[in-house]
Design a protein. Sequence first.
Length: 657
Amino acid sequence: MSDTDETQLEARLADQTEFEPPESFVEQANVTDPDIYEEFEENWPDCWERAADLLDWETDHDEVLVDDDEPFYEWFVGGELNASENCVDRHLEDRGDELAIQWEGELGETRSYTYEELHREVNECAAALRDLGVGEDDIVTMYMPMVPELPIAMLACARIGAPHSVVFAGFSADALATRMNAADSEYLVTCDGYYRRGDGLDHISKANEGLEGVDHETTTVVVDRLGDDLDHELGDDQLDYDDLVADYEGESVEPVVRDAEDMLFLMYTSGTTGKPKGVKHTTGGYLSYAAWTSHSVLDVKPDDTYWCSADIGWITGHSYIVYGPLALGTTTVMYEGTPDYPDKDRMWEIVENYEVDQLYTAPTAIRAFMKWGEEYPEQHDLSSLRLLGTVGEPINPKAWKWYYKHIGNESCPIVDTWWQTETGGMMITTLPGIATMKPGSAGPPLPGIDAQVVDESGEEVAPGEAGYVTVNKPWPGMLRTLYRNDDRFINEYWEAYSDEEADEWVYFPEDGAKIDDDGYITILGRVDDVINVSGHRLGTMEIESAVVDVEGVAEAAAVGGDHDMKGEAVYTYVILEDGYEESEEMRQSIVEGVEDGIGPIARPEQVIFTPELPKTRSGKIMRRLLEDIANDDDLGNTSTLRNPDIVDDIQEKVRSD
Ligand code: PRX
């Protein structure tokens, strides 16, 4: 293309606000009939049979939805199934020799599993776990990087009816201990280490440190990923994964029949207050929903090679690396490492090598690709791509268009999918074979999803006005409760907008949004005290408690400030105890305190020492003001504060840092 053509194209793209799905995509899309929205509405909740029908059931359900104890909804009641059977066994006949998992390590080594091979290993792992004592409903924690043994262990647990609780490998030892204690989890599957930028990273020491903080007996299985690159010794209650599984070679384990409403897994996530909450997902509703959204939104077909570049340690990886794609019998790609190792074209090399059909990634990654430049994708043949997706945070139109042009070659629809750990699967996004795309806006709610944008009193806002997202009807993939904390489940998600007297239950996801005349929803971000760093959800309270645990810190406030690459970054404002002075060492120990308490992802961008925090007359920290200071925004009137003078001092400090 000549330079002038290129400039004209850029100009056209910059002005364009609406994009139609490419004809070539529509012709082959899984869902193409626009009447689906109406059909789902008219036929609700029975419309969800369509999701359940994507699975194989041992026993069919009696009722699609039971709602006599709201908001404790139950889906596909009376139905029985096994998730591992659905993700593995049922594909054996037609697709036994086809790839289920295509894994690539950071150093370039590859491992692949056909459905037949996956079946064998899942069975062996299930037999081993069962003999270790894992029974139905025992929670097995997994603290693992992106190695194939992670989905294998998840599916092995599902096979024997043991819910898993996967803790992101980047989280700290403390975070692991907190989650194992909260779930009373007596089993851990972990890994000696993994590669990052070519170096073998020790993970087992962190796991062991975490285990020291667990208040009950545990049994641990350790995957040896690093071989000679890291020597590790196993403790008394620790077994080597390969040795263990070798003892069960060729064994098969009958999948345990689970009720639709039986727990499939727990996933701990951050909220405004207190400790991370254990989001409970079920076997029937969750799996149906993950399969349905993979089919309708990601357009997954069995013959595809599909790649979601998230980490399985987050919900995106659960729903859209493991359960959704494998339930549909496709090939799911897993990559261990970073996108810029050994060079910034690593992602595009993977797309080319495996002829990836769909790529699902995060806006934070797209912003990095943009910064690195289009010369990296240009080095590779990306023509296998049919659909692109994003998740985790708002994507700005500029990044959307860059993705559309430089990765999708203007011939792939983009689905900007809004959802949460709690929703189990996608909620607001365009259907790629049907809807016009508007960069920056996620799109309308999916068929059958009654999402609205409302004001404080629950009334729908006029187009263009900012409000809050609510979901006014239940859906199969929804969380059922917070583990062992039904009260908190109600407080956190249902109290804000429900009218208990009228028996009207409304789910509040704690996101702000706008809606346009066509019903397209643009997500504005969290309205609670959750920070979204590179699409990762962190609670300000958790960060603050890690900071105040540092010796010499008297009080701390953590807020999110805008960040070009990460979306948001953590800013901490710190008051020191008498006798402690602001210093580089102090700053360092605070940063380390956060890394030890939560993990490197929560690392503060700035630590600002101050003698006071701006507070209201009633003594509440003014977080919004601290956010405005971090963003260098106009602060408006601060005279109602108890201590208005401090604001200028803090602002000065942030600016000069
Ligand atoms: O604020 C929304 C943002 O991520 C939050 C959910 O985080 P988590 O439970 O960790 O799940 C992330 C992956 C599903 C939401 O409350 N979020 C997620 N997707 C989008 C988004 N914000 C804007 N646009 C999205 N597509």
